[in-house]
Design a protein around this ligand. Sequence first.
Ligand code: NDP
Length: 282
Amino acid sequence: MSKIIDGKLISTMIKDELKEEVALLKTQGIHPGLAVILVGDNSASQVYVGNKKKACEYVGIKSFSYELPIETPEADLLELIDTLNRDDQVHGVLVQLPLPKHMDEQKVIMRISPAKDVDGFHPQSVGALSIGLPGFVSCTPAGIIELLKRSHVDIVGKNCVVVGRSNIVGKPVSLLLLREHGTVTICHSRTNNLTDILQQADIVVAAVGIPKFIKGEQLKADAVVIDVGMNRDENGKLCGDVDFDSAKDHVAAITPVPGGVGPMTIAMLMKNCVLAAKSNHC
Ligand code: NDP
């Protein structure tokens, strides 16, 4: 039986550490604040935003919530971001994606001050990550590295295979694994011989978006598997990009879905907010 990497437990540990840090910051007059903007009534987004608010409450971060109707003009959203960029009580600004079709996501992300870009999606944050400068690292990739480190998985020199090359998961997690001295291979929909590559992998990060796409027999027996996928299977049940049933007795360690990477994403968002509050007060 593989070791199950418990993201829920690790994320709670992180949030508990942050809770203590926030309490200390408050004694120094620093009250971390996060503004979350939701446009429209996408039900999944509403759940994500609700979870972020709950995490803020738990850690002691003040959350400022903005729920805008779907027909809000892009200019109004940009104006709200400008206001929040100037607000001293707000240390992090987050716009929940996806946005309605009439809005240009890239333009909206670029409007957030890089000093408050706690999602780490601003090109300045992405650029800083790619050349090894300090900056906000996007939350899911940062959470993956934290999961590996807190599970005592050695990354140095290891063959790390990332399946998926999206801007929000695949690319940034590849850069982070490289920063940790892993030997990184990035696979995508045009990759030939995926199974051959997977069979060389000491660490696999699956961020494909296809339910149960990677099977246990494609993986090495001593592999550590981080499953980022959040999909619904044929019965509507939440599942990952890795076929957990065939992998769980086959590999050294694996994250479950749910309860693996998901909770880490929110914990790292809280961590970025605290970092933002501290840096904005330097
Ligand atoms: P995207 O759809 O943006 O990217 C998917 C990637 O998978 C693409 O790079 C694509 O390649 C690649 N891919 C598709 N088909 C294949 C294939 N047959 N073989 C190899 N690679 C393939 O997804 P995201 O990165 O946004 O998300 C991935 C998953 O992670 C989703 O299930 C999502 O819900 C989940 N997720 C979970 C989060 C969490 O907090 N737990 C946060 C973010 C995402 P190509 O570039 O060539 O098209």
